[in-house]
Design a binder for this molecule. Structure first.
Ligand code: MRU
Length: 347
């Protein structure tokens, strides 16, 4: 696999480097970030995106910000304030608050440490979040691949590949791993309106890896499923509630409903960092709403809707757990009843 370290520290270790995903696939632009404002903007504008990647970003971001903070005890208040600020950038993916809490825990576990002693611990924690994600994605990919046989078709929505994580990804991981092992699987990538993560990122990643991938518009999933070319739907997740209800990119629940209609197994793939047992059901998940211009005009040379027309632009939806065949995690595949199976694996 072509490895891109798209979230990392700069060579000096003093700045956060990201590949700007909002410019892909046409331009590979790396940004160096050092202020909280630039980091907030990078998450908000989806320059870094995908639930696990946002968590990895948050870990290194807090370390970079910590370098510029005063000595303790002022350090602690500033650190918490910066974490709160970054956490307010996007509400749905739990990985953001999960990673920020891990970084704060380093402070709490080392109350007496001076700033100079704390910094390497913070850097290690950020690195651990990244390293764990690499291992989790690999394990998820193995479990997902174990379901596949040569010639299968897999439909995916949005982007849950290496760019959304560290390596391999979650929903795309089994397809990439299968390719590496010489198992030919055909992928269908939903383009994923309105921000086109499927077209810009998923088809890019799979195409670069030499996978047989076909890009379709979101409204073509039904005809493709009906044709018998799809044996599995694999999607990522931004937050899995305790009962298995799952938030993922807008349109995912529609894919699940279609899959049920056509009798196609629908799997959610995600690491434990995306499982949130403190959120009882999908109705408790906050869904991010974004600017209507992403629908009205963003990709067009001139606006494609009347100026000022009302838009509704939720970035995610929740797939009811009854539509999910299984949730593939690094610890194994959870099945109904999810309240029990998730608790058994993650409590
Ligand atoms: O708005 P995005 O692009 O951050 O949404 C990403 C998704 O919905 C992914 O499917 C999800 O984060 C899982 S990534 C492994």
């Amino acid at each position: 696999m072509n490895v891109i370290d798209h979230v990392r520290l700069s060579e000096s270790g003093e700045r956060l480097v990201i590949l700007d995903q909002s410019e892909l696939p046409n331009r590979k632009i790396y940004l160096e970030l050092e202020s909280a404002e630039a980091m907030y903007e990078a998450i908000k504008a989806l320059r870094v995106r995908g639930a696990p990647a946002i968590g990895i970003f948050a870990g290194f971001a807090m370390y970079v910000l910590a370098l510029r903070m005063p000595e303790r005890p002022e350090f602690d208040a500033e650190f918490r304030k910066a974490a709160e600020y970054l956490n307010s950038s996007r509400p749905t993916a739990v990985n953001l608050s999960w990673a920020l809490k891990r970084m704060i825990k380093v402070l709490e576990n080392n109350k007496k440490a001076a700033k100079a002693e704390l910094l390497p611990l913070l850097r290690n924690e950020a690195q651990a979040i990244l390293d764990e994600d690499i291992a989790m994605c690999r394990a998820i990919s193995e479990y997902g691949m174990s379901l596949l046989k040569p010639g299968d078709g897999v439909l995916t929505h949005c982007n849950a590949g290496p760019l959304a994580t560290s390596r391999y990804g979650t929903a795309i991981g089994p397809i990439l791993l299968a390719k590496e092992k010489g198992i030919e699987v055909h992928a269908f990538a939903d383009e994923t309106r309105p921000l086109l993560q499927g077209a810009r990122l998923t088809s890019f990643e799979l195409h670069e890896a030499g996978v047989d991938v076909t890009l379709i518009c979101d409204n073509m999933a039904s005809i493709v499923m009906k044709s018998g070319k799809v044996q599995y739907c694999f999607v990522g997740c931004d937050r899995v509630a305790a009962n298995g209800d799952t938030a993922n990119k807008i349109g995912t629940s529609g894919v699940a409903i279609l899959a049920k209609h056509y009798g196609i197994p629908f799997y959610v793939l995600g690491p434990s960092s995306t499982v949130d047992l403190n959120t009882p059901t999908g109705t408790d998940i906050v869904i991010e709403e974004r600017d209507g211009d992403e629908i009205r005009s963003k990709w067009y040379s001139e606006p494609m809707a009347p100026e000022g027309v009302k838009c509704y632009n939720p970035a995610f939806d929740v797939t009811d757990h009854t539509l999910i065949t299984g949730i593939i995690t690094e610890k194994g595949i959870c099945r109904e009843p999810y309240t029990e199976s998730l608790k058994n694996l993650f409590r």
